[in-house]
Design a protein around this ligand. Sequence first.
Ligand SMILES: [Zn+2]
Length: 373
Amino acid sequence: MSFLNISYRPSSLSQVIGQEAIVKALARSLLEDISPSAFLFYGIRGVGKTTLARILAYSFACLSPVNGEACSSCPSCQAFKNGSHLDITELDAASRTGVDDIREIINACQYTPVIGRSKVFIIDEIHMLSKSAFNALLKTLEEPPTHVKFIFATTEVNKVPDTILSRCLIFQLRPISLETLSNHLITVAEKDNIKLTKDASDLIADEAGGSVRDALSLLKQASLLSEKVTTEVVASIIGGVQPRDIKNLLTLISEGRVADASICVKSMLASGADALSIYKQLQKALYAEIVEKKNNKSELTRLLYLWQVLLKQYENISNTAYPDCIIGATVIMLAHVASFPDIGSILNSSGNGNGKIEEILSLFPKSIVSEVE
Ligand SMILES: [Zn+2]
């Protein structure tokens, strides 16, 4: 196995996945050489902010760019690839938040590049800078030397002062779609000789929630556990919940089969599944079912009802010493509610559903959950 290559990062815009519109805009600005002095990328972790920042830095520093992008062979590009580029500085604002750290950068701006075409400063998690650091930076951003580029990245753009934002070309990076992420995992696995099934790849992509970094990290963990990465292997990492068990459980619940649903969840727990993971996976599966049945009014009413019942258990399951009991009781409650002959008519009997959830829940002992506890 050669899973160590899994940290592979794109080095050109065309290799970046899931951010087509941004890539197109950046490629054009590089090609036409109309890039501003400061860029800001924001979005959740692992969607490509640092990757794009480095690709831009690589291109801005390159001595003989090809179509605006780094040539990969000039002295500047060589230095970048060796990780020893004197004109490209990366600063993690999460650990260096003070005004002195920014002053170092501002002083360095005065000097022309040593080996590259531009001097580039990448500041990650820029929202963490102190107020005085932002003020110091702003002065340079207002009148940047022509040979200097700033590239900022953040997960919390709302914490970056407007004065800074107004000086930047801003790009919002979206979470990577499940399909794109899953396909990417399959490509990476092939390159690294990891056997990965399509179902397992989908499961990893789903669990990663749009983050390439999280997805690759899960793939790496799974490939360390087994020669072949299957849904079973992935499930063992993400709380021991098998997708087929969740599907089965949801079917039993929807059909109102209280006893069978209860046996199903007990057997999942017995085989090592984590209660909170069952809860979360059940929530995801129910949501998917709701989306699928959105045009079927009678089924939708029933599913939305189950949704409300399920949501109300989140606090209980997260704050208990007995999560297995809570998930067991929750499943019984859901299946029982689903077994009611006509939830739709109960809901509609007073014109709207307001307050009806409480009415249905009141059919149970005061708190079924605390009694179980
Ligand atoms: Zn070059």
